[in-house]
Write a protein that binds this ligand. Structure first.
Ligand SMILES: NC(=O)c1ccc[n+]([C@@H]2O[C@H](COP(=O)([O-])OP(=O)(O)OC[C@H]3O[C@@H](n4cnc5c(N)ncnc54)[C@H](OP(=O)(O)O)[C@@H]3O)[C@@H](O)[C@H]2O)c1
Length: 339
């Protein structure tokens, strides 16, 4: 296809349902149901009919203004970045996809666009989705799955083919979106996994493969002490509010805390540990989306080696309820919105 497809020109004249906000703050009540034009794909973009969008805490953190002035750069803004759907049109430079193909994509946080009936995604951040992987299972993967994957492989050095030295891994908030993937992915490697979660999710987290589980509301859980006396080579830290002084005694000599929500004090600890050449490190982490990693996760789901656990599903007409559920901070697995 050498020019923008005629179907995308037709689509651009159509209207679609979408969720938008036009200022910072407001929470679920700040989300408006609007009818806006179907977006037009640029030369290297695909246009998807959205089948599922998953919500991540970063979505409502952006709305709160926590990433201001970087995001969003312009209002009104359609939130949501993790989508699965079917390709309905594409730009002239797209070579790897065809109309009708099922895919999963990560949209940029700058443009957003996921909470809508149609969305445009860069070809470079779009991966094929086989029929065995449902739209909801796939839409849950990008931010949460890739965060768990990259932290474990790139930072903690876990090899998911099971080779490599055995590592002791602690996953905090193992019942959440990132944590439930982190436990399963860690267990593909040569690891012993300790996990923290609330009492109601202990059996669930064990079923994901965790070797030992701590209830975070008990003194033992708050101490993060491994019941079997292990010291952690890496902490996949999916929650907040745990000081370095709690982690430090539980780490092995070269143990690392991989912090997904670093605070000012985390950055201070990070700098101090670097400056003092400490072997134990705190590593502030920001996920980088790579298509090949996304394809790998989709393949694991297809092969039955990784599962997406869905906390709850909402129609687009109730997107504000999905938003509120995520802001509440008690999801078990992922929250999905379906147009
Ligand atoms: N830096 C990055 O690139 C990056 C990428 C992805 C995510 N993140 C951040 O990572 C964090 C986790 O994201 P997520 O999607 O996994 O969140 P989530 O799905 O909303 O996490 C909810 C889960 O956390 C559990 N939880 C809450 N406090 C806990 C505690 N003190 N100890 C143990 N479990 C606790 C809850 O259990 P209960 O209901 O039992 O309380 C619930 O199951 C968020 O802050 C997110 O913004 C950062």
């Amino acid at each position: 296809m050498s020019t923008l497809s005629s179907s995308s020109v037709e689509m651009a004249t159509k209207l679609m349902q979408a969720i938008q906000y036009d200022r910072y703050g407001g929470g679920p009540a700040g989300l408006k149901h609007v009818e806006i034009p179907v977006p037009t794909p640029n030369k290297n973009e695909v246009l998807l009919k959205v089948e599922a969008t998953s919500i991540n805490p970063v979505d409502w953190k952006i709305q709160k203004g926590m990433l201001r002035p970087l995001l969003p750069r312009k209002f009104p803004y359609v939130p949501g970045t993790d989508i699965a759907g079917e390709i309905v049109a594409f730009g002239p430079q797209v070579k790897g996809f065809k109309v009708g193909e099922k895919v999963v994509a990560k949209l940029s946080h700058d443009r957003g666009g996921g909470l809508a009936e149609f969305a445009v995604a860069s070809e470079s951040l779009t991966a094929s989705r086989p029929p065995e992987v449902s739209a909801a299972e796939a839409a849950a993967l990008p931010v949460a799955g890739l965060t768990a994957y990259q932290a474990l492989t790139d930072v903690a050095g876990v090899k998911l083919d099971g080779t490599g030295d055995q590592k002791n891994i602690l996953v905090t908030a193992a019942s959440g979106g990132v944590g439930h993937y982190a436990v399963q992915l860690a267990k593909l490697g040569n690891t012993f996994v300790t996990a923290t979660c609330g009492a109601r999710n202990i059996d669930f987290v064990k079923s994901l493969g965790a070797d030992e589980v701590l209830d975070y509301k008990t003194p033992e859980g708050a101490s993060l002490k491994s019941p079997s006396g292990r010291k952690y080579d890496a902490v996949i830290h999916c929650t907040t509010g745990i000081p370095w002084s709690t982690f430090e005694p539980q780490l092995s000599d070269h143990g690392k805390v991989i912090d997904f929500t670093p605070s000012m004090s985390s950055f201070a600890t990070f700098a101090l540990k670097k400056l003092t050449f400490s072997k134990k490190q705190l590593v502030p982490f920001l996920v980088t989306v790579k298509k090949e990693n996304l394809s790998y996760l989709v393949q694991l789901v297809k092969d039955g080696r990784l599962k997406t656990v869905i906390d709850s599903r909402f129609p687009l007409s109730k997107a504000e309820d999905a938003w509120a559920r995520s802001m509440d901070g008690h999801a078990t697995g992922k929250i999905v919105v379906e147009p």
